[in-house]
Design a binder for this molecule. Structure first.
Ligand SMILES: [Zn+2]
Length: 187
């Protein structure tokens, strides 16, 4: 792999020298712009070819992936992670649920790769209806509110009460979250 440093030969024109400079980097995606300020890069003094340092490349990679995800209306890396954790699944279990390679889930979360729209839809479904995840993979222990499952199945609207809470082992916060999810889904 090519390691850039101050004074090394430009890999593109093979004549110029790379100079370390600081500048604002602008990335475009589907007519939207994202700017990173004051980043160290190497620029060829002859052909002006620009190379990011490895460190800068690493630090902006996740932000850049999230920027493109935002433009495309996809969930961001941290959101994917929090949905997985909300289901009480490790990366290996989440990968099994999504039918993707074991390392892929981690790569989604740290922005090395972007999830497809189909995978993104699965995350949204699992987030709002964890029992669907459980139906797909009964062998994996997924955190489910039996109450959520119950109100969706029966399509009834319940008011929160301590009796109800005791019966379904839920807290009031969880109750309102579930109710919101059920309403949002049009039940
Ligand atoms: Zn050059």
């Amino acid at each position: 792999m090519f390691i850039s440093k101050n004074g090394s030969l430009c890999p593109v024109c093979e004549k110029g020298e790379l100079k370390k400079i600081k500048k604002n980097l602008t990335f475009k995606y589907k007519n939207k712009k994202k700017e990173f300020q004051n980043k160290t890069i190497f620029e060829c003094d002859l052909c002006s070819h620009e190379i990011l340092s490895q460190k800068v490349n690493r630090t902006i990679e996740k932000e850049l992936t999230d920027f493109r995800r935002g433009v495309d209306g996809l969930l961001l890396g941290d959101q994917l992670e929090s949905i997985r954790k909300g289901l009480n699944l490790n990366k290996r279990q989440m990968a099994a649920l999504l039918s993707v390679n074991e390392k892929t889930v981690g790569r989604y979360e740290n922005g090395k790769i972007t999830q497809s729209k189909q995978i993104n839809n699965l995350y949204r479904i699992f987030q709002n209806f964890p029992f669907v995840a459980n139906t797909l993979r009964p062998d994996i222990s997924i955190l489910i509110s039996s109450f959520g499952e119950y109100i969706i199945k029966t399509r009834k609207k319940y008011k929160y009460s301590p009796e109800l809470a005791g019966q379904y082992h839920i807290k009031s916060g969880e109750y309102f979250k579930l109710k919101e999810a059920v309403n949002a889904a049009g039940y």
